[in-house]
Design a protein around this ligand. Structure first.
Ligand code: MLT
Length: 201
């Protein structure tokens, strides 16, 4: 998968796994690292599915309707990719915190839904429920920050609540933060994510 890796100066801390939104690339979320965890090592990945030329992390059938088979395949592929890169770049595989926005947050959530040890934590900006009617693994020791918009036209309020509920029932330690706006990522929630990160890592 296309990606970039930056070794941080902060040796003991987690490596950040950056996952962009639809149409983005591995450079998009780098400014968030400067705000949330400057000095952290970063593995930033480009989604390898194209939708009308726009990179994504998995296929969808229509807006908000995911191709489940592809989602599962890509989730496993990304998890395996992180395993390999941890060896190659010599970072601690058990200390990976994802930062995902929209489509990237959805695949980060999917990693947690399907793999017990995929992520040590995650910042999910404007995420959906990746899959329904699946048993989540035990996510105790996993910290999750959920940033959501009260008026997000793509993600109904109850869907975000369902995501939070699923994660909490799997024992994840979830912090939610709601902004007044829609699907767009705003500075206020990034600042909240920074405070959350400092508290947990
Ligand atoms: C998705 O397909 O993952 C969501 O609809 C978010 C998006 O990428 O627009």
């Amino acid at each position: 998968m296309k990606h970039l890796f930056k070794k941080g100066i902060n040796k003991g801390g987690p490596t950040l796994l950056l996952l962009h939104g639809t149409g983005g690339n591995e450079h998009d979320l780098l400014p968030l690292v400067d705000m949330i965890a400057p000095g952290a090592s970063v593995l930033s990945v480009r989604g390898n599915v194209l939708e009308n030329g726009m990179p994504r992390f998995f296929r969808r059938l229509s807006e908000g309707v995911f191709d489940e088979e592809d989602l599962l395949f890509r989730t496993n592929e990304l998890n395996e990719f992180v395993n390999e890169k941890a060896e190659e770049y010599e970072f601690d595989r058990n200390q990976v915190v994802a930062i995902g926005y929209s489509n990237g947050a959805n695949i980060a959530a999917s990693m947690m839904y399907h793999h017990e040890k995929a992520l040590n934590g995650a910042i999910l900006f404007h995420a959906m429920v990746p899959r329904r009617e699946v048993q989540l693994p035990n996510l105790s020791n996993v910290n999750v920050f959920v940033g959501a918009g009260k008026r997000d036209p793509l993600i109904p309020f109850n869907e975000t609540k369902e995501l939070i509920d699923n994660l909490q029932k799997a024992n994840a330690n979830v912090t939610e933060y709601w902004v007044e706006g829609g699907h767009q990522l705003v500075r206020e929630e990034v600042e909240q994510a920074q405070a959350w990160f400092n508290e947990h890592y």
